[in-house]
Structures are given as structure tokens and as C-alpha cells.
Design a protein around this ligand. Structure first.
Ligand SMILES: Nc1ncnc2c1ncn2[C@@H]1O[C@H](COP(=O)(O)OP(=O)(O)O)[C@@H](O)[C@H]1O
Ligand SMILES: [Mg+2]
Length: 360
């Protein structure tokens, strides 16, 4: 906040990824929890076709939900501009009318560095990681390579690139063992992820992964163990802090943390999980290490497996994790005493003091 005036925040949501709907839900929560004393809020919807629509601030009710938010950002009447024209005119307006952008977008064209690079070009400050960290964080192969290089443990895998050599050899099958997890290299919300218990169904799983439009696919050794996520948050003074770990307990009817288990509300989160304090500390230290290794800013959720030996294995990272009030990231911080509105304050204040991209 500058003087008595409010900070003007644009919340970008929707987007062209498979996680469009999740993003709308995250944004509704963010808009609802942004303090009206501190902020003037402008919602901006990006359609699945890439059309940008700006909503008007004075229409945002305090108890906004997803339906209201979508209603406020309906496509304008009259001739439709092209996606590119709408983006250009929205960004030109935002450059003059807001102080900071909150990209409440998950997946491709939102969490993968492309949007971040556009915001950089327009000189708009934004919440979260920059171009490079988002690009690497979105790509499961590159994330694992970088984190393994930093000394963190990751699952063994084979990468299929959809080019000349595109099969899992007999030696690889022997080494990985069954089950394996087959996943698109750059997706989220478990879209396109399958568990393969029999090599005969591998091709089908690869086809499912590629239906997302992503040719690069990981075939990964299954890690048997618990799933524990850790949230990392950067404060405006530069401190990078890990929150209390959160264990995901998926109901037995799901064979893994699939899309339905994520959004049907039956999955139980334990914050913190019952684990020895040394293991909780190790998870937190490794999450901060991952944040630094990837060159992140603002926030990161690092998702681990915890096998029987209690030595964490990093599964993946999310530079813009789910942000509904029921999502893991805000719930971890709430358990640590940092409630949702204050969490948003920290993220926005950190974005506003951040140095220009070139130095990140
Ligand atoms: N190597 C693995 N071993 C065990 N379970 C896995 C493995 N990879 C993925 N899973 C399961 O699939 C879920 C989704 O996979 P993930 O790689 O996290 O993709 P997404 O980015 O879509 O969340 C995980 O939360 C976990 O339940
Ligand atoms: Mg995941």
C-alpha cells in the first residue's frame, strides 16, 4: 500500500490449460480473501480460447464465488476481438491501471513462464516465480534433473520424447519394475497421469498422457510410501520459510492422488503428519533447498513421497499451487498461524519489492 491509497491488484485466472476450472476456483478464493481495505481488485479472465476479459472492480462483492466471478468477466457484447488483440489491450490497460498482477493460473500458458515473460515485457510486477523458474518447475524432467544435481532424491524414470527412440527397453522395464507411473512432462491436477501395473497397458497409458497435447512423457518407477507436501514462502525482507508439512491421505477407492481424489473433497490432509520431528525438519529443509535450486520467487509447493526408510523423494514442484481455501498451500499456512488474507499480503508485498527480472 502506498500512503493511504490502495494497492491495485489484477487477478488473472482461467487460461488455456487443462486446469482452467481449477484456476477459476483458485481465483474466486483469492479475490474473496483479498482485504478490501488494502486492495482494489480487478479480475481478469482468460478464456480457454485465449480471450482476455477484464471485470470491473466495483462489481466485486466481498463474498464472491466462482459463478459470480465468471459472470463479472463475461465476454463483451458486440464483435469479438481476436485472442491476441484482447490480450494486448488488456495488458495495456493493466499497465496503466494496476500495481501488481496475481497470476492465479495453473498449467500451460499460466504457470510455465510464458505468461510471466509477457508480464515482464509489459513491465508489470507479478506474484510468484519468474520466467525461468516457472519454465523449469513446470517440466518434470528438468525439475528432477536439477534437484538431483542439488543432492535431492528423485524417482528413477525414462523420458519418451515422441521422436525416433520412443520405447521402454527390456533393461529399463527390469530396472523400473512395476508399477510405473506414466505422466505428461508438463501438466498438473493429475491430468493424463496413469498407474501401470502390467506392461501390456503401457502403450495405452502413453497414449493417455499424449492426449494432453504433450509429446514428452515420463515413465517413472513407483515410489511406495506416504505423500507429503511442503509449502515455501518468501517474505518481502528476503526470508524464505517452509511451512508445516501436510500429508495427503487418499481414500482407498483411488489407486493414487488422481483428479477425482483431488477435487471430490474426500481426501484427508494431516498438518503436520505424525512423523518424527527430524523427518519433518528434513522435509522443510529440502523444500527450501528446492526453492533456491530452481531460483523461485514468492512461493513454491514441493511434493514429496516418504518411503519406509523416511528419506524424502521429491515428486514434483508447483510454482502456482492450487489456491482454494481447501487447497493444500493456504491450509498449511493457516495451520502455521498465517491466515489466507495475510498470506496474500505477504505474496503481494514480496512481488512489489522484487528486483527486476534480469537480476533474478
Ligand atoms: N513415481 C510415483 N510413485 C508413486 N505415485 C506417483 C508417482 N508419480 C505420480 N504418482 C501419483 O500420481 C499423482 C499425480 O502425479 P504428479 O506427478 O504429481 O502429477 P501432477 O503434476 O498432475 O500433480 C501423485 O500425487 C501421486 O499420487
Ligand atoms: Mg502432483
Amino acid at each position: 500500500m502506498i500512503g493511504d491509497s490502495k494497492t491495485r491488484v489484477a487477478v488473472l485466472f482461467g487460461g488455456r490449460s487443462a486446469e482452467h476450472g481449477v484456476s477459476c476456483a483458485s481465483a474466486a478464493s483469492i479475490v474473496r480473501h483479498l482485504s478490501r481495505e488494502r486492495y482494489e481488485v480487478t479480475p481478469v479472465r482468460i478464456g480457454t480460447d485465449g480471450l482476455w476479459t477484464i471485470g470491473l472492480d466495483h462489481q466485486v462483492p466481498a463474498d464472491v464465488d466462482t459463478v459470480t466471478l465468471l459472470d463479472m468477466t463475461r465476454d463483451p457484447a458486440g464483435p469479438r476481438p481476436s485472442a491476441l488483440e484482447s490480450m494486448w489491450s488488456a495488458l495495456s490497460r493493466l499497465r496503466d491501471e494496476v500495481d501488481v498482477v496475481f497470476p492465479a493460473l495453473h498449467g500451460g500458458h499460466g504457470e510455465d513462464g510464458t505468461l510471466q515473460s509477457t508480464l515482464e515485457l509489459f513491465g508489470l510486477p507479478y506474484v510468484g516465480s519468474g520466467v525461468l523458474a516457472c519454465g523449469i518447475g513446470m517440466d518434470k524432467e528438468l525439475t528432477k534433473k536439477l534437484l538431483a544435481e542439488t543432492g535431492l532424491r528423485v524417482a528413477d524414470s525414462v523420458v519418451l520424447r515422441g521422436t525416433d527412440y520412443d520405447e521402454v527397453s527390456a533393461e529399463d522395464r527390469e530396472r523400473l519394475g512395476l508399477p510405473v507411473f506414466v505422466k505428461p512432462a508438463r501438466e498438473g491436477s493429475s491430468v493424463g497421469v496413469s498407474r501401470v501395473d502390467d506392461w501390456d497397458t503401457l502403450d495405452e497409458a502413453i497414449t493417455t498422457a499424449r492426449k494432453t497435447g504433450m509429446s514428452k512423457v515420463l515413465v517413472e518407477a513407483a515410489v511406495r510410501g506416504r505423500e507429503v507436501d511442503v509449502g515455501v514462502l518468501e517474505y518481502p525482507d528476503g526470508r524464505v520459510v517452509a511451512g508445516p508439512p501436510l500429508e495427503i491421505r487418499v481414500p482407498d477407492k483411488h489407486s493414487f492422488f488422481d483428479f477425482d481424489a483431488k477435487y471430490q473433497g474426500e481426501t484427508v490432509f494431516d498438518i503436520p503428519p505424525s512423523l518424527p520431528p527430524a523427518v519433518l525438519e528434513a522435509l522443510q529443509a529440502q523444500a527450501v533447498k528446492a526453492f533456491r535450486a530452481l531460483g523461485c520467487s514468492g512461493l513454491l509447493r514441493v511434493d514429496f513421497f516418504l518411503p519406509a526408510d523416511l528419506v524424502p523423494v521429491v515428486n514434483e514442484v508447483n510454482t502456482m499451487p492450487g489456491f482454494t481455501a481447501m487447497s493444500q498451500y493456504p491450509r498449511m499456512w493457516s495451520a502455521a498461524g498465517l491466515e489466507y488474507p495475510e498470506l496474500l499480503d505477504v505474496l503481494i508485498d514480496t512481488a512489489l519489492v522484487r528486483e527486476p527480472a534480469a537480476s533474478r
